[in-house]
Ligand binder design. Structure first.
Ligand SMILES: Nc1ncnc2c1ncn2[C@@H]1O[C@H](COP(=O)(O)OP(=O)(O)OP(=O)(O)O)[C@@H](O)[C@H]1O
Length: 300
């Protein structure tokens, strides 16, 4: 018996969702991936990590990328950010082929990448100065981005004096200060405790609402992907391929109450089916029992 569900197209969703996607699809294409692929050469031979994949991202879309461990999520966004070479295909940013990393693309990683010897303000200013800017205007601009992520009160603090969530807010401010066209985020909240993670998700949506930036966000967390995204790019592994591109049918603005809405739960069920297909689930009967002791104690 199959209880598999298919999410209806956005065209068959509520008026709000239909209108939102119609508006998104009218926007210019910010990123066009055209058959991009990746193979790594290892001592054991060539490993095909990503088969050629193609997709479009529209301006100011919020796209999450999910899939099983090792399916190539990080590799994909590292290639798009210019941090990794492509083995095949190409991609266009605003219709043009970029060369190498550039200020048009920002990246936020899971690990905290702030300079420990610089204050919050100096960390944010650093990105601007690296791009050839200097003077009082840089400090003023850095403070605007710090304000945007709600950290004005901590501008003179050092990373060691900040919580994990605060550090990631600085990392976001530092990336956004260069006004990238597209921000790539690789499990940025993966190291945070659940409560801080939820707060950061709301902060990020708030920031994204106020800044003209397109976001591609890698996560393992299905709730996080649904809560944040317009669409979710689901990859499968060995080699990585597009499984499905899901239009999230949950209205915006998003709230935590929606975690239990029928649309949210249906999307989550679909993602579960794609990422953890039933036949892969290990039944208790499949487990090899390793007897660690001869003692016949009954423990349950
Ligand atoms: N430099 C490299 N050389 C060889 N293989 C690599 C290299 N970088 C990544 N890989 C391999 O490519 C595959 C995809 O890695 P990637 O980190 O992109 O996956 P992922 O989906 O982000 O994984 P996870 O969810 O566990 O973070 C993995 O099998 C990984 O071992």
């Amino acid at each position: 018996m199959s209880d598999s569900i298919q999410l209806p197209s956005y065209k068959d969703q509520s008026d709000e969702v239909r209108a939102r996607f119609a508006e998104i699809y009218k926007r210019p294409i910010k990123l066009q991936a055209k058959g991009i692929s990746k193979s790594f050469t290892t001592p054991k031979g060539t490993v095909d990590v990503l088969n050629p994949i193609s997709f479009n991202v529209h301006r100011r879309e919020f796209i999450s990328v999910i899939g099983p461990s090792g399916c190539g999520k990080s590799t994909l966004i590292r290639m798009l950010a210019g941090l990794e070479t492509l083995s095949g295909g190409t991609f266009l940013l605003d219709g043009k082929e970029p060369s190498g990393p550039g200020a048009d693309r920002g990246m936020v990683f899971q690990g905290y990448t702030l300079f420990p010897w610089l204050s919050v303000k100096k960390n944010v200013m650093f990105g601007l100065e690296v791009n050839g800017r200097s003077g009082a205007a840089v400090e003023q601009e850095a403070m605007q981005w710090i304000d945007l992520v709600g950290l004005s009160h901590a501008a003179e603090k050092y990373p060691s004096q900040l919580s994990g969530g605060m550090k990631q807010r600085v990392a976001i401010a530092r990336s956004l200060a260069n006004q990238p066209q597209i921000l790539f985020m690789d499990e940025p909240f993966g190291a945070l405790d659940p409560h801080t993670r939820c707060q950061m998700q709301s902060h990020l949506l708030e920031i994204w609402r106020n800044v003209d930036v397109t976001i591609m966000f890698v996560t393992h967390d299905l709730d996080e992907a649904i809560y944040l995204s317009d669409r979710i790019l689901v990859l499968k592994a060995n080699p990585g391929e597009i499984h499905e591109f899901i239009e999230v049918p949950v209205p915006r603005p998003r709230t935590s109450e929606q975690l239990l809405s029928p649309e949210f739960l249906a999307t989550k069920q679909r993602l579960e089916e794609l990422i953890h297909p039933k036949h892969e689930a290990t039944e208790a009967g499949d487990l090899a029992i390793v007897r660690m002791t001869d003692v016949n104690d009954v423990v349950e």
